[in-house]
Design a protein around this ligand. Structure first.
Ligand code: FAD
Ligand code: NAD
Length: 476
């Protein structure tokens, strides 16, 4: 009886539980979506599964709300609060969506198949497979740009994925605990407590800001003997941080960092990375060594190897660079059935979550129009009445006229520490720039409302309250 009540309760709340979804239809075209990030998840949310069979392939079986990832590196927000399983989206669909936790290793545009590999530690009887597609959407994001600088891959930590934030947190606490080891040499304490962030884009700035808050709000209480020795340095190759923000906000951020004792080295390039120090080239061209305990590398994006491999198959239209060249309909140049969105594409837009999610939503509409076009073409082919045929042909001409992607910029926000944020917002025909505590309240409300689910929103709100009342957890 309890099982029965439980089951009917489940059905009531969750009317599209997988057993109630329609199965794959061999008559329908199949869309394979690579990735479960901003672009792919937005497409998945909006795609009409009455029209297509849909397969998702991603090495992680969840969506990650990246804007709050820097907060996870110091425990302001818990990682579990900003992820949501991909199946949370697919269970609401009218037709079953196949979700494979695997990495796409190769795309064959001739046979229209993708090769996928099981990326988990536990392997079964098979670990590779081929999946056919009619349409392929590449939403695999990008990987970390290292410019081939020696030692970066081996010694630096990145900030892109859940495990990156976990590694940073572990390394940070490790440095602090090791610095506190009895009779530790003073110069070693200084090295271990020197936290360097390379890259003054939004990722580097937000990470430095979170680290600063952790130091001031928590470490001073828990490690009073060490807290005063902890140093944060931000290194940026250009003349200022946050090049994409307005001059007023750049100045505000730099002044605010100065107040927070975060040292900024602009016009400074990292040339080499060793296990305990980096070699920098300073503004005057001289080289210097800088010892560190923790090194976070945030110098932007480059395309993934699998994407580069695909580019090499289209030498006439694709050149190896930031991403796949696409037209205004997000279709990859050189192909009729491959689309690329978000950071995997090289469009005129910045690689942001805002762009990726709008592109995903746009593709869902485009695919509905393509299905309608196919349907009309089939109807016309079967028609004998000339008058009816002409009317359908006019409809078809309209259906073929698909509007290109249009990006609507909602503004840029960034957290800069000490309960302050900056915002560059489009306002009428101009821009409004604001920074400070009020902007921070705005930042919080925007992020809270943009979180993926009610579950995420309530967990993040609770994390923020918990941090204010109880402080952050300092265990590793
Ligand atoms: P992603 O979201 O990176 O998703 C890529 C997906 O592809 C992942 O699921 C990945 O597992 C999967 N994948 C990888 N390789 C393969 C493969 N071989 N086969 C199949 N799947 C694969 N943007 C903003 O607009 N606002 C912000 O505040 C903001 N904050 C950020 C903070 C941080 C710390 C970072 C790192 C980025 C931030 N961004 C922000 C940028 C934003 O996260 C990216 O632009 C966005 O994630 C791009 O979306 P995407 O779908 O292209 O890629
Ligand atoms: P980015 O490309 O925006 O910034 C990287 C910075 O590193 C650049 O300023 C570059 O000059 C610098 N750099 C490159 N090589 C260097 C070197 N050798 N030494 C020193 N500095 C070097 O990268 P990001 O900050 O990771 O952001 C990636 C994308 O994600 C951007 O589009 C960004 O807008 C978006 N993002 C947005 C937010 C937000 O809106 N709050 C937060 C994070 C990321």
């Amino acid at each position: 009886v309890v099982g029965g009540i439980g089951y009917s309760g489940y059905v009531l709340w969750d009317a599209r539980h997988p057993p109630l979804q329609a199965p794959f239809d061999p008559e329908k075209k199949t869309i394979v979506i690579l990735g479960s990030g901003w672009g792919s998840t937005s497409l998945l949310k909006s795609i009409d599964t009455d029209l297509y069979n849909v397969v998702v392939v991603s090495p992680r079986n969840y969506f990650l709300f990246t804007p709050l990832l820097p907060s996870c590196t110091v425990g302001t927000v818990d990682i579990r609060s900003i992820v949501e399983p991909t199946r949370f989206v697919t269970r609401h669909k009218s037709r079953e969506v196949k979700v494979y936790e695997a990495e796409c290793t190769e795309i064959d545009p001739v046979s229209k198949t993708v090769t996928i590999a099981d990326n988990s530690e536990i392997k079964g009887s098979v670990d590779t497979s081929k999946i056919p597609y009619d349409y392929l959407v590449i939403g695999v994001g990008a990987t970390n740009q290292t410019f081939g600088i020696k030692g970066v891959q081996e010694h630096a930590l990145f900030l892109k994925e859940v495990w990156d934030a976990q590694k940073i947190r572990t390394r940070l606490m490790d440095c602090i605990e090791t610095a506190g080891f009895p009779e530790q040499a003073p110069e070693e304490i200084d090295r271990l407590l020197h936290m360097i962030v390379v890259g003054g884009g939004p990722t580097g700035v937000e990470y430095a800001a979170e680290l600063h808050d952790f130091l001031v709000e928590d470490l001073t209480t828990w490690y009073p003997e060490l807290a005063g020795k902890l140093k944060i340095t931000l290194i940026e190759a250009l003349p200022n941080v946050l090049p994409a923000f307005s001059k007023q906000l750049i100045d505000y951020t730099e002044a605010s960092f100065k107040e927070q004792n975060i040292t900024i080295h602009t016009k400074t390039m990292v040339k080499e990375v060793h296990d305990k120090d980096i070699v920098i080239q300073q503004a005057d061209g001289t080289l210097a060594k800088m010892p560190y305990g923790l090194l976070v590398w945030a110098t932007g994006n480059t395309s993934r190897p699998m994407v580069r491999n695909l580019m090499s198959k289209f030498p006439a239209t694709q050149k190896v660079g930031r991403g796949l060249v696409v037209d205004d309909w997000m279709r990859m140049e050189g192909s009729d059935d491959i689309y690329a969105i978000g950071d995997a594409s090289a469009s005129k837009y910045a690689p942001t979550a805002q762009v990726a999610s709008q592109q995903g939503k746009y593709l869902a509409r485009l695919f509905s129009q393509l299905a309608f076009r196919d349907h009309l073409e089939q109807e016309i082919a079967a028609m004998t009445d000339e008058e009816e045929k002409q009317s359908k042909l006019r409809k078809l001409a309209k259906a073929k006229n698909i509007k290109p992607f249009h990006y609507s910029h909602q503004g840029s926000l960034a957290y800069i520490g000490s309960d302050k944020a900056i915002a560059d917002l489009p306002w009428g025909s101009g821009n409004v720039a604001s920074g400070g505590v009020a902007t921070y309240v705005f930042w919080r409300s925007v992020y809270l409302s943009n979180l993926f689910s009610l579950r995420n929103r309530s967990l993040v709100a609770t994390d923020w309250i918990k941090k204010n009342v109880l402080g952050r957890d300092i265990s590793r």
